[in-house]
Design a protein around this ligand. Structure first.
Ligand code: SF4
Ligand code: SF4
Length: 425
């Protein structure tokens, strides 16, 4: 950290010793995984800076925003509309955690066979190491998978500001009506929190801000179609992860800058991997920061990840919200339309997701798909079997992996992934 933030962390109630231990692992890991890569776009320097200050400067900014009267809302799912938060003078930050922490404490509250993502969110609270969580004025949980919805019942006892959003499980008229009523209830709760009434102008502006952020990552994704790949999957994943933390306008400008650089690389025919390096599409569970295990294994084996069918990726960021409505009601409807298309595996049935994986495999010219499933994640693991069968039927080689956040299976995963990549060459 470039400044001494210790008093800020103490004021937030963090456990400094545990927090030091976390940063003591993260810093060197970032060095080994990210900074050791070759030929990175210069624009990634901004994201390296963001990561080096992820618990420092960004938290200070959020606390300054709070002093100026803004509210901070933390969330765990891409179904929570950032547009509504921004329009009511709040900042939305992602809280999903991608590392094990305080596992022993967590397993006193949750069954051992709970997915790593849920356990991690509990671990960061119990270990008192997440300054985002501690800065939040409201924490939004959502009734998505069974693991999450039951976990929030317990999580409610750990924090005093949990708001639970109900979500449909079926894409039907009734499902859509539930999403609409839940977004209206959320809008009222955010307005009550901030004391700011959402207007047509503030909502339109918020939609445009979020659309600009999404459009920038769409531009970045489109550039990954080039061969040789102009950016590594590791770096692209990092951009997708920072999407959830950074100031939206600054993030957008930084992604656009990288895209300018990548366009120049593509015009020169240069890339980060050799031309014809095997191209992989990753599909499945979200890879929250600092979960970089899969791309690290894939890319050190000589293949390149060209897309993520994931909530930290294209499932979460695709589709813009129509900003042409004139009234708050019309724009709220546009928000419902946009989020209703998110094809999370919690929906039954969920044919849109398979169609999107196939579409992405073709668009990014993927040679193969790796389905990334977190252990004990029923929705994605269940879905991975028919997804694999359907892709194989279309002659798209597919590898299903099931893993967690530990490094114990690195060797075994490496062997399987290297064999898969060999088969694609
Ligand atoms: S995978 Fe489903 S539950 Fe998880 S963030 Fe995405 S939409 Fe939400
Ligand atoms: S990874 Fe699976 S089990 Fe875990 S929170 Fe997401 S949908 Fe639920």
């Amino acid at each position: 950290m470039s400044e001494d933030y210790r008093s800020m962390w103490t004021d937030l109630g963090l456990d400094l010793e545990a927090h030091d231990a976390l940063l003591g692992v993260l810093g060197p890991a970032y060095q080994d995984i990210y900074l050791a890569q070759k030929d990175r776009p210069e624009g990634m320097g901004y994201f390296d800076f963001v990561m080096s200050e992820v618990h420092g400067l960004r938290i200070k900014e959020l606390l300054d925003e709070k002093k100026a009267g803004r509210k901070i809302i933390g969330c765990y799912c891409v179904f929570v509309p950032e547009e509504i938060a921004l329009a009511a003078n709040a900042t939305l930050v992602g809280l999903c955690s991608g590392a094990d922490f305080a596992t022993e404490e967590v397993e006193k509250l949750l069954p051992r066979n709970t997915c790593a993502l849920i356990k991690s969110s509990f671990g960061f609270k119990l270990g008192k190491v997440c300054p985002y969580l501690e800065s939040a004025d409201m924490i939004v949980g959502e009734n998505t998978c069974d693991g999450k919805k039951k976990a929030y019942e317990t999580f409610k006892g750990l924090v005093d500001n949990l708001y639970v959003m109900d979500l449909p499980q079926v894409k039907s008229e009734q499902g859509r009506a539930l999403l609409r009523s839940e977004y209206l209830r959320f809008k009222a709760a955010v307005e009550a929190l901030t004391g700011v009434q959402i207007t047509a102008d503030s909502l339109r502006q918020a939609i445009r801000t979020v659309n600009a952020k999404r459009a920038a990552v769409h531009r970045l994704s489109a550039l990954r179609k080039a061969d040789p790949a102009p950016i590594s999957g590791l770096d692209a994943l990092l951009v997708n992860q920072v999407f959830f933390y950074d100031n939206p306008a600054r993030f957008t400008a930084s992604v656009e800058k990288i895209c300018d650089e990548l366009e120049a690389r593509i015009a020169e025919g240069t890339g980060v991997f050799a031309e014809k390096a095997p191209r992989i599409l990753v599909s499945g569970c979200p890879q929250a920061v600092p979960n970089w295990k899969l791309p690290l294994i894939v890319e050190t084996a000589g293949a390149v990840i060209v897309g993520e069918e994931s909530c930290v990726g294209e499932r979460g960021a695709r589709n813009l919200t129509d900003d042409s409505g004139e009234t708050v009601a019309e724009m709220m409807e546009a928000i419902v339309d946009r989020y209703y298309q998110v094809d999370c595996a919690i929906f039954t049935p969920n044919p849109d997701r398979l169609a999107h994986i196939e579409e992405m495999a073709a668009a990014y010219k993927a040679d193969g798909v790796i389905h990334y499933g977190l252990q004990f994640c029923q929705p994605y693991l269940m879905e991975s079997i028919p997804v694999e069968a359907a892709l194989e039927q279309k002659s798209i080689p597919t590898l299903r992996i099931e893993t967690d956040y530990s490094m114990e299976d690195m060797g075994q995963l490496k062997t399987r992934i290297e064999a898969f990549i060999e088969q694609l060459r």
